[in-house]
Design a binder for this molecule. Sequence first.
Ligand code: NDP
Ligand code: X2W
Length: 337
Amino acid sequence: MYEVAIIGASGYTGGELLRMLLNHPDVEVTDITSRQYDGTPAHKIHPHIRDSGLVFTNKSPSDLDVDVAFTATPHGASMKIVPELLDAGMKVVDLSGDYRYRDTAVYEKWYGMEHTDKENKGVFGLPELYRDEIKKAKLVANPGCFPTGAILSSYPLVKNNLVDRIIIDSKTGVSGAGVNPSSTTHYPNIADNVNPYKISSHRHMSEIQQELHGFEDVKVSFTPHLVPVIRGIQTTSHSLLIKDITPEELREIYEKEYGGEYFIKLMDEGEIPHLSSVRGSNFVHIGGFEIDETGRVVMLSVIDNLVKGASGQAIQNMNILLGLDESTGLKHFGLHP
Ligand SMILES: NC(=O)C1=CN([C@@H]2O[C@H](COP(=O)(O)OP(=O)(O)OC[C@H]3O[C@@H](n4cnc5c(N)ncnc54)[C@H](OP(=O)(O)O)[C@@H]3O)[C@@H](O)[C@H]2O)C=CC1
Ligand SMILES: CC(=O)N[C@@H](CCC(=O)OP(=O)(O)O)C(=O)O
């Protein structure tokens, strides 16, 4: 059995890591850390997780001794914790934005803070694109929730030089904002409502650009909306074609790119991907494949922000780091309805 630790285990993604790792056949969770709940049994904070026998501790990173450590901590905090874990010889999967950027200047611009660990470089942890690099990594930077669905649903378009402009519109569930309440997530402010936010300046735009821009200088824009669901991200992307292509050819390109991918499911013709179908699962459902008379391609994707958008993908990355089958412990379908 491989030993793993979850740092920041009292939060939403930490709780999801715990829920799924406790059912993983090849790992044992030996440590769950929290600063505020030192000494508290896991089920007092995550009431759905019973009989794990685990108690939160406030161990410092260098006191841990595991094969893989997950840092489910906010950006800014991770870059203080990760170097200690790496120095102590552990492999790390970081769920924050701290190590996702190839150029830390881009991070500093979009996150509005200095990056204090320019030495350690993460591999961008999107297995469907970077599996071979992840295998050799010491530090995996798990992608952001919006970027996961947005990149996967547009990547075949840019890889095949089909488009030069992508406009991405996403709807997210409220758990994306983490465990701490705020006026933005207060029930009367979100229920019966759709709230666009950071409409042209969300930091995930830079992460999506990083991954999609490189091909033919594709321009990418992104606008998120908060909707009154707990989990899930639905993304609609509108791309402008620069080559003539039929919807059938478009579908074939996606089938060729993703045919062997366990976690990517391409919808049948006319079938709309439903948010509820992926709730609780590590699957991405991709649909759309439509081209209108103006030459606009419409692609759709759905993920669970806490699973494929965070903790499930982090476990997928751990499986790759440990040389295990990528889908181990992650095969369950979603919770529809
Ligand atoms: N929620 C989501 O859908 C997604 C989240 N992410 C990213 O994953 C990370 C965790 O997110 P999420 O679980 O939602 O966040 P939460 O706010 O729910 O939990 C984060 C946990 O980290 C701990 N923490 C906070 N500050 C520090 C610190 N300075 N040092 C050490 N520990 C700290 C807290 O535990 P305690 O106070 O008990 O120590 C807290 O419970 C973030 O970087 C987030 O951006 C990525 C993709 C999706
Ligand atoms: C609903 C909501 O607030 N969502 C968050 C998603 C943040 C996240 O998970 O991404 P990082 O890991 O890049 O911080 C947001 O829009 O900031």
